[in-house]
Design a protein around this ligand. Structure first.
Ligand code: SAM
Length: 256
């Protein structure tokens, strides 16, 4: 069912990705902690602080793409509400995988936003957000999602389309470790330990093997910055911020 809207060529990758995240949905948060030694939480906190969403005089309309279990969305709402006194700011958590969104919904019931009109859920492919009007969104976030998209340029063009002029694209994703010695250590960890931890904790080596390979294949900092610019965004400053030696990076773009 998930693969129906995808053309033949992209279909097999799409079904694979859908399967991976269905397999890991229930154990996803635990696995993130194991794989990153808990560091993903610090990266996510920093990501949201760096965006600084919401303002007292204007409610932000936010869209968290590949939002999965809601890790970024709840942080964005908390920040907008508690730090920037913006209690009317809203967020849509969107993901291609209903199982991941179902986990997100379940988790939302334990937050201040349980059944709140400020939070809604949308099953959608990031490459085709046809239910979201053009020029309607203040902030588009995607964390650890875009490397899984089949057509990343198409997803970036959709991000551009849905954002208002002046709207912000913000992406948190695995990237390239610049120091060669640290990179060798990191590769040992990711290719050696992560599939093994996947096997032991989630009983699923193949899905975690896929995740490690998708990190390796994803464009590194400079190349991804160019992709964001090619979609039409203006990139502020250097264009990205490295986190933990470049294991992850934050990229931003503004729609002019
Ligand atoms: N953003 C969350 C976080 O940081 O914890 C979840 C990240 S999870 C590693 C990647 C998510 O991307 C999964 O929930 C998966 O279903 C979603 N995904 C993969 N391909 C997608 C696509 N084409 N469109 C939308 N979501 C997609």
């Amino acid at each position: 069912v998930l693969g129906q809207s995808i053309d033949q060529g992209a279909g097999s990758l799409f079904i694979l990705v859908a399967g991976v995240f269905s397999n890991v949905a229930a154990s996803y948060d635990t696995m993130n902690d194991f794989m990153s030694l808990g560091i993903h939480r610090l990266w996510k906190d920093h990501f949201v602080r760096s965006i600084n969403p919401g303002s007292p005089d204007q409610a932000w309309k936010m869209l968290d793409i590949a939002g999965g279990t809601g890790d970024i969305a709840f942080r964005l709402l908390d920040h907008a509400t508690n730090i920037n006194s913006s209690p009317a700011s809203t967020i849509t958590i969107s993901d291609i995988n209903p199982a991941m969104l179902a986990e997100g919904k379940k988790r939302s019931l334990e937050t201040a936003y349980a059944n709140s009109p400020r939070l809604d859920f949308l099953v959608a492919n990031a490459e085709n957000l046809h239910t979201i009007p053009s020029n309607s969104i203040d902030l588009y976030t995607v964390a650890f999602g875009i490397r899984n998209f089949t057509d990343k340029d198409k997803a970036l063009r959709e991000a551009y389309r849905v954002l208002k002029p002046g709207g912000v694209f913000a992406c948190l994703e695995f990237s390239g470790v610049t120091n060669p010695i640290l990179d060798a250590v990191y590769k040992q960890w990711s290719f050696g330990a992560i599939p093994m931890i996947g096997q032991l904790v989630a009983g699923d080596r193949a899905s975690y093997q896929y995740l490690v390979e998708s990190i390796e294949k994803f464009p590194k900092q400079e190349e991804f910055k160019s992709m964001i610019q090619n979609a039409g965004f203006v990139v502020p400053g250097k264009g990205w911020e490295d986190l933990t030696f470049g294991i992850a990076a934050i990229h931003k773009g503004i729609k002019p």
